[in-house]
Design a binder for this molecule. Sequence first.
Ligand SMILES: [Ca+2]
Length: 469
Amino acid sequence: MKVLLLLCYAYGMLFTVAPIQASEAKRNTSAAPNFLIIITDDQRYDGMSCAGNSILKTPNIDRIAEGGMRFTNAFVTQSLCAPSRACILTGKYSHANGVLKNSSRWKRQPILTDTLHEAGYESAYIGKCHKGTNLLKTKFTHWLGFNGQGAYHDMGLLDFDGKKVTSKAHTTGRLADLAVTYLEKHCKSPFCLFLAFKAPHIPYEADSKYTSAFSDAQIPYPPNWDEGTKNRPNAVKVAPQVKDLDFVKGRYRLLLGVDAAVGKLLDSLTRLNLDENTVIIFTSDNGFFHGEFKLWNKRFMYEPSIRVPLLIKYPKLISETKTHDAMTLNIDLAPTILDLAGRHSDEMQGRSLEPLLTNKDVPWPKDFYYAYYEHAKKNSSISDNGIRIGAAPAHRGIRTERYKYIEYYLGRPFGSNEPNYELLDMLKDPHEQKNLYDNPEYHTVLKDLRARMAAIRKETNDPTINAEQ
Ligand SMILES: [Ca+2]
């Protein structure tokens, strides 16, 4: 079996693409829009200047927001790399697509590109996927980049001739160059191009040109820094804490590289006359803590971890700079892309954002279900530098426009398996500091949230719900 897998992998390295001239791309005037989906890794919702960040300037990412739609309440249904990417590609919750953890294997199932291919699209995935090569080889017309976490320096990347090439150049810039090459020479309209950066994921090794950036910056401490996790349920207290916020500067330096790369992409779309008929979507697979409760990393259902950037630009549909505050989810992206391509998949559980992009007055969900499955095990999540980056408890919950209810149903990792619960009123308590679970005044609220969460799980075919009811 191992030999077979190796042969399969080697075969994947040998793919070639028909050389299509840039002039052919320029003739792209068909009604079917192209799609460029840019996914960063661990960029939180406010990691760009168009979302109000006064320290990190991202003029090129802001160009997507200018004349486009910025969703100010965009969430992921699981805050972790591989599961969130699976949600994006399948349009389904983790419990429905089966990618519950980073280590989960993909089961055979339709994804976004299956429907696009039927509609005459070609597809490409460039960069980090975090899942096996078979998924990329079977579900995309072209795949370039790397499997797993990759590296920022001296990494072998596949080029468009199928050769593995190592370069001293920083991976962020190299991925952008591959995407530009794809647009110039290899794309066949209509196309759907995913460009997935590793940045700003650890390790914080930015391009050397940004080494001195932010050296004098004062990263603001959040209002809930001082208390750490002392007021949080026991299950949360396993999470490693940081002593200061210097690491944020490393993340911002990596995002400067992403911003420059985005600039290259946008310039090439304009140069190739593809900008009018290409839908640009910019988002991240999950958010990140910048010291809230002295936490870093992601995984938890608190706001900094589950909120992500979401920008959509499509001049044919959106004529001026706009924002929208409806709650949108990572599982909505695939249905949105299909809708804009004139297609639909009954398999998907998210909903198209097209009515929001066009300001239609439609009923829209006011709550969503969140679940995180990797219950930390001793010694199972030690990083190279000795920090337990993955120490989080399994949990699930529901977030409405006002409330958040969380169940740590397996209790505290490395300790008691007695469940913990958390109820937050984000209207009165925007920094999520006060657990109201035991407050009798919120008894009805709690009961309603539990009932609603059970209803969503049932509606979306959570295979574990019947066992518990
Ligand atoms: Ca991630």
